[in-house]
Design a protein around this ligand. Structure first.
Ligand code: 3PG
Ligand code: MG
Length: 394
């Protein structure tokens, strides 16, 4: 999937409308708690500024209901970008209205304008053609660097590039890099290729497990998902989190996966959901009443770490236990450490696994950490994205 990038277009004196994913977490005071998505968009942003393009940045933040809602304003994001760029970033408190157009008209070459949250307009979620036309008409070039949103069909992702007509429509460096790792590397992997999948629900990961069983050498299962598989094998799971309606599906995946699908051999459990609970390690499928599985056990952690260390391509999505509550972070930590120590290409899905690898201090020792949650999962499912397909081929 080779697309033209922002480096392939001459931006000098032109206006570039760049869709970014500045949907960053905010605390109760409205302060940004993790600016990674902003920092990861900087290479594309700087590339336009340095070549004297006029840059208009658009994004959503949170899920406002198609009308202005101050707690989802992009103003703090524009302020953070201003700090990171060490140069003036102009903010417009509307998206396609008077202020946006006035500030766009006075934007100098090399200048940056951030428009207010796209989802303050109902046209963004509905893919409205008039809204898309208003955005497209602001620019000479469209750039999609919003990987985290690439699985969506919102106006700014699909209708806007459509409305650009013959004008250039390209990917930014972040989207190009995410596609390189989450699609290209995976479709032609160095072997052994090992996937580690955790998280709470089998139902979130069915299509990922199916797709990865086709292309991996091993798929290692952890997280609460493992307890639904345990039930499917006739095990006891005590009070563990399970999806009773997905037990048959887990049976199908076990049949399809055979030796490729690897389940925990032991479980670290506790008698309540806290660090201070009574703890014990039991064999998988032998969790007593009153206890719930909260992490893979030490034997499983060691076996998974060995498989990961020997792998040449590794994909990890979803924590293997309740890593926020020690000691139930031990399984996730052992596997994260093995990924960091291994010599393989390591690709970490976004969301919780990205947070875990950062929190555990291994972030700078892996090959790629995705900025996408839902988008990275959709890509691991092998889905095609309309928002990317529509852009110019290289
Ligand atoms: C995300 O954080 O998953 C993306 O920014 C997309 O947001 P959405 O799930 O609200 O569409
Ligand atoms: Mg999401």
């Amino acid at each position: 999937m080779v697309k033209k990038t922002i480096a392939d277009v001459d931006v000098a004196g032109k206006t570039v409308l760049m869709r970014v994913d500045f949907n960053v977490p905010l605390n109760d005071n409205g302060a940004i708690t993790d600016d990674r998505r902003i920092r990861m968009a900087l290479p594309s942003i700087q590339s336009v500024i340095q070549r004297a393009g006029r840059l208009v940045l658009v994004s959503h933040l949170g899920r406002p209901r198609g009308e202005p809602d101050p707690k989802f304003s992009l103003r703090p994001v524009a302020a953070r970008l201003d700090e990171l760029l060490d140069g003036p970033v102009v903010f417009a408190s509307d998206t396609v209205g008077q202020e946006a157009n006035k500030k766009l008209a006075s934007l100098a070459d090399g200048g940056v304008l951030v428009l207010e949250n796209l989802r303050f307009d109902p046209g963004e979620k509905s893919g409205d053609a008039h809204f898309a036309e208003a955005l497209a008409s602001m620019a000479d070039i469209y750039c999609n660097d919003a990987f985290g949103t690439c699985h969506r069909k919102d106006a700014s992702m699909v209708a806007v590039p459509q409305a650009m007509g013959e004008k250039p429509k390209v990917v930014g460096f972040l989207v190009a890099k995410e596609i390189q790792y989450l699609t290209d590397v995976i479709s032609d992997p160095r072997r052994p290729f090992v996937a580690i999948l955790g998280g709470k629900k089998v139902s979130d990961k069915i299509n990922v497990i199916n797709n990865l069983l086709d292309i991996c050498d091993k798929v290692l299962i952890g997280g609460a998902m493992a307890y639904t598989f345990s039930l499917a094998k006739g095990g006891s799971v005590g009070e563990s989190l399970v999806e009773l309606d997905k037990v048959d599906l887990a049976k199908d995946l076990l049949a399809k996966g055979g030796d490729k699908l690897v389940l925990p051999v032991d479980t670290h459990c506790g008698d309540d959901f806290s660090g201070g609970c009574q703890k014990m390690v039991v064999s998988a499928g032998q969790i007593p009443d009153g206890y719930q599985g909260l992490d893979i056990g030490p034997q499983t952690a060691a076996a998974y770490a060995d498989l990961v260390r020997a792998a040449m391509t590794i994909v990890w999505n979803g924590p293997l236990g309740v890593f926020e509550i020690p000691p139930f972070d031990e399984g996730t930590k052992a596997v994260a450490k093995a990924i960091a120590e291994g010599k393989g290409t390591s690709i970490i899905g976004g969301g919780d696994s990205a947070a875990a690898i950062e929190q555990l201090g291994f972030a700078d020792r892996v090959t790629h950490i995705s900025t996408g949650g839902g988008a990275s999962l959709a890509m691991l499912e092998g889905q095609n994205f309309a928002a990317v397909d529509i852009l110019d081929d290289a």
